[in-house]
Design a protein around this ligand. Structure first.
Ligand SMILES: [Zn+2]
Ligand SMILES: [Zn+2]
Length: 430
């Protein structure tokens, strides 16, 4: 009897890794799992491009309203913000999901495969949730329901941010991102911390990936014009050849990563993706144009890489007697998890997934506009496993491809992890 009493004391004290608060969340998360999967399948079947998420936003807003939240629609075009006010005072914790799909024609043979097509930059295209944002919306709707059921206990408030256009809007003269616009419209002003996740096709369902510090790359666009002096191809000495100059400049750029960046600390990428110059075999053209992409981790590295690109291209052109015009357009900042917040939230991840299922990851050279929220307030971003158990991360179809596929078995862990973040950040007693 004494032993039994002791055992029950230990369980209620959380010594077995399961607090009563977490148990309550787990129970509601399990209960809502099939609803989350149904929502996701519906969104998957009806994907919408960035800033056109009208149907998705309506479903989200109706759901949040049905849970008794204060809801604002049309934030940053199609975004939805819901506020769940807890009964006790405390911080405002934000959770974010992105809602947009991509101009990709789905190739999966699923009962809920995408039925939508549309026009993207003037081209007819299929539309597909080829990055998994359908999962994010469904999971966050699930979290909203779980936490709304704990309203009386919550020691603080929760802001549910459903943002449009994470993949960015690239139209002639307009480049923008949903998160950036939401920040500009003030969604972060009263927020203390923000959390978000991305479903990840190369991590097994049931696992979570994270990284302390720079996690995903910052992205910038490179545009270069090298101007020489046109000449007959038979007498190059009578002109200044921008083609040879561009070739030297491209090779010169390779030394930024091999000789300037501390690659032991963080990687970086400089890719020239297109080069155009000339029209005929025996004409040295006047101009060569090049475009490319730059991936960096953190502001310090970004500044160094940008500076070296300018110096290398400008000076190589100068040495040839040519002129260089170098433009770098800043797109996404690097997604950086502040080490202090990461350390604080790691126990929540371990509790949600189990210690062996939480993986510290290498930096990812892809990017996320969640970084715009992180520039305002401390934010923690994680990857949620979406690969079938036993799958091969190297051969599993990657994000943004027509065969992209997500195993829904990982969703319930996403619901639990985000809910744990909220109650743990609020410092609620277990
Ligand atoms: Zn994407
Ligand atoms: Zn994405």
């Amino acid at each position: 009897m004494k032993k039994l009493l002791m055992l029950s004391f230990l369980i209620s004290a959380g010594s077995f890794g399961q607090s009563s608060l977490n148990a309550k969340i787990d129970k509601s998360a399990d209960k809502i799992e099939s609803k989350v999967i149904d929502w996701r399948r519906d969104f998957h079947k009806h994907p919408e491009l960035g800033n056109q998420e009208f149907r998705t936003a309506k479903i989200v807003a109706d759901h949040l309203r049905s849970l008794g939240m204060e809801v604002t629609e049309n934030v940053a075009v199609t975004g939805v913000v819901g506020i769940l006010r807890g009964s006790k005072p405390g911080p405002m914790v934000a959770l974010r999901a992105d809602m947009d799909a991509l101009p990709v024609a789905e190739r999966n043979d699923l009962p809920f495969r995408s039925v939508n097509t549309g026009t993207y930059n003037g081209q007819e295209t299929g539309i597909m949730h080829a990055c998994g944002h359908d999962s994010h919306v469904a999971i966050l709707m699930g979290v909203a329901e779980v936490l709304a059921g704990m309203k009386k206990q919550l020691e603080g408030s929760v802001k549910f941010i459903f943002q449009p256009a994470e993949e960015g809007i690239y139209e002639p003269g307009v480049t923008t991102f949903g998160a950036k616009q939401m920040v500009e419209e003030g969604v972060m002003t009263d927020v203390d911390a923000i959390f978000g996740l991305h479903i990840w096709a190369a991590i097994e369902a049931g696992k979570i990936g994270y990284r302390s510090g720079p996690f995903m790359a910052g992205v910038d666009n490179l545009e270069v014009t090298i101007t020489g002096t046109q000449a007959h191809g038979a007498s190059p000495w009578s002109g200044v050849d921008p083609i040879v100059t561009s070739a030297q400049a491209i090779l010169g750029l390779q030394t930024i990563l091999s000789r300037n960046v501390n690659i032991a600390e963080n990687p970086a990428v400089v890719t020239v993706g297109a080069i155009h110059g000339g029209i005929r075999h025996n004409i040295i053209p006047e101009k060569v144009e090049m475009i490319g992409t730059i991936r960096t981790f953190g502001e310090e590295q970004q500044t160094l890489v940008h500076q070296r690109i300018h110096e290398i291209i400008t000076n190589i052109a100068k040495s040839a007697g040519a002129k260089a015009d170098v433009k770098i357009g800043k797109l996404y900042p690097s997604t950086v998890n502040p080490p202090e917040l990461t350390d604080k939230m790691l126990p929540s991840l371990n509790a949600a997934a189990g210690i062996g299922n939480v993986i510290s990851m290498d930096p990812v050279t892809g990017s996320e506009d969640f970084s715009f929220f992180q520039k305002e307030k401390p934010g923690f971003f994680i990857f949620l496993g979406g690969m079938k158990k036993g799958g091969d991360p190297l051969t599993t179809p990657s994000h943004h491809t027509p065969d992209f596929y997500i195993d829904e078995a990982g969703f319930v862990l996403g619901v639990r992890a985000l809910s744990y973040f909220v109650v743990d950040y609020m410092g609620m007693k277990k």
